[in-house]
Design a binder for this molecule. Structure first.
Ligand code: GDP
Length: 452
């Protein structure tokens, strides 16, 4: 199950529960079972899911729910906190300092994307003014050095390796030594990911680690490995002092639950994710926005940043004011669509918008989503000012719907679909009612508010 589907399943389970008139233990259990199923299908380890379920039951007080508090919010918050807890091991990864030499060793199975990720990591830091260097200590796989060399040359990053020397420990030692002399401040050691026997692979990793004394060991894991994630991550952790995790191939049909399992197994945070084969398809990983998006809650801080970036300055206060009044009219939806089409790359922006993520824009179908938005906008072009500015849902009667369909050359059911979409978004955006409108630079406070 890909991440967005997981978010969708959890949101649906919560929705079903909040539709129930009485929330008793049975309804809560049904909801939690549904969520458990979704997490297991996403390859989150069984034990993690079970513990999470127990914790949520402890946190969620049924008496509070019965007293009419917003049930969905209480449970969603408990799930949000539990998922964040799993992804946040409590201590940050070692952070190399610019100008001071650090050795970072990469470990992971062959095919996980380790070599690609080494270069992405180097490239990311190089752009920020570091002086990175790459050392290829994989002598097992023929072609490993060539691959690293090719990547490094493309990114203009110095590299070290050998076609002749078969001892990875020696190469690693020599490479680190050399780049320290050359005042590189981020020396990245790529290790082998396969051996004839697993024990030999781990032994080699231990020796390379002993010889190079890395400041940080990064475990690289393919996001699609499924339920095996926990055991694999644990096996690496038992051999070397893994201090951080990078999850690759999050752009594909990733079973993102593996990320949660890898963190739990290594007690180390995810620091980056790989989102494509190219050098710059690499993102810093932040727990809270990730979980927000997972649960379809939207990444509010990123979204507000985007508003400031894209909506013209003079229109910002008016838009935010309208939103904080909770009056989400069709006209606001139209303006939002206009902004979204301007923002691009559309995929990234969409997943930040509250409510826009899973339903309106399934990942990998950005073109379709864009077409859908344009279709909605054509239909809205046939609406009157009264219709665009109204917040009265009863206004849109049959004859108005038929007129809009005729005017835009679409079917009545298309107009109905657009109106449904409006209703769905209006409901979500009504949560912004009464919100303190942040100025630029006050985003994290807002994000905390929304996530609290
Ligand atoms: P290694 O054997 O662990 O060193 O793996 P490689 O770096 O050779 O990568 C294996 C394959 O995965 C290559 O085809 C990479 O281009 C691809 N790859 C690595 N990272 C990503 C990613 O984040 N997304 C996608 N789509 N492909 C990736």
């Amino acid at each position: 199950m890909v991440l967005q589907q997981l978010g969708g399943s959890i949101t649906r389970a919560l929705q079903q529960m909040s539709n129930a008139t009485i929330i008793d233990e049975k309804v809560l259990n049904e909801c939690l079972n549904e969520i458990t199923r979704a997490l297991l299908q996403s390859d989150v380890q069984f034990k993690l899911v079970r513990d999470m379920q127990t914790n949520i039951k402890k946190i969620v007080n049924l008496d509070d729910l019965a007293a009419g508090h917003n049930k969905r919010n209480i449970i969603q918050k408990a799930i949000f906190n539990e998922l964040c807890k799993i992804l946040d091991p409590g201590k940050p990864a070692f952070a190399p300092k610019k100008g001071k030499p650090s050795v970072v060793m990469f470990v992971g199975l062959q095919g996980s994307g380790k070599t690609t990720t080494c270069t992405k990591y180097a490239f990311y830091h190089q752009k920020k003014g570091w002086k990175p260097a790459l050392v290829c200590a994989d002598t097992f796989r023929a072609g490993a050095f060539d691959q690293l060399k090719q990547n490094a040359t493309k990114a203009k990053i110095p590299f070290y390796g050998s076609y002749m020397e078969s001892d990875p420990v020696k190469i690693a030692e020599e490479g680190v030594e050399r780049f320290k002399k050359e005042n590189c401040d981020l020396i990245i050691v790529d290790t082998s990911g396969r051996h004839k026997q697993e024990a030999a692979l781990f032994e080699e990793m231990r020796q390379v680690s002993e010889a190079t004394k890395p400041d940080l060991v990064i475990f690289v894991m393919d996001s699609s490995i499924g339920q095996a994630a926990f055991d694999q991550a644990q096996a690496f952790k038992q051999s070397v002092a893994v201090g951080a995790v990078i999850i690759t191939k999050m752009d594909g049909h990733a079973k993102g639950g593996g990320a949660l399992s890898a963190v739990a197994a290594t007690k180390s945070p995810v620091i980056f994710i790989g989102t494509g084969e190219h050098m710059d398809e690499f993102e810093v990983f932040d727990v809270k926005p990730f979980v927000s998006r997972l649960l379809g809650m939207g990444d509010w801080s990123g979204f507000m940043d985007k508003i400031h970036e894209v909506v013209p300055m003079d229109q910002q206060p008016e838009l935010l004011q309208k939103l904080s009044e909770g009056n989400f009219t069709m006209r606001i939806m139209y303006e939002q669509f206009q902004n979204i089409l301007k923002m691009g790359p559309i995929g990234q922006v969409f997943s930040m918008l509250p409510g826009f993520s899973a339903e309106l824009m399934p990942k990998g179908r950005e073109k379709e989503s864009q077409a859908k938005i344009k279709r909605y906008m054509y239909m809205m072009d046939s609406m009157t000012n009264e219709e665009l500015d109204s917040t009265n849902p009863k206004l849109m009667n049959e004859s108005r719907i038929m007129r809009i369909a005729r005017g835009s050359g679409r079917q009545v059911r298309d107009v109905m679909e657009m109106l449904e979409e409006y209703k769905r978004l209006a409901k979500i955006w009504s949560k912004m009612k009464g919100l303190k409108i942040p100025k630029k630079g006050e985003m994290s406070a807002l994000s905390r508010n929304m996530n609290a």
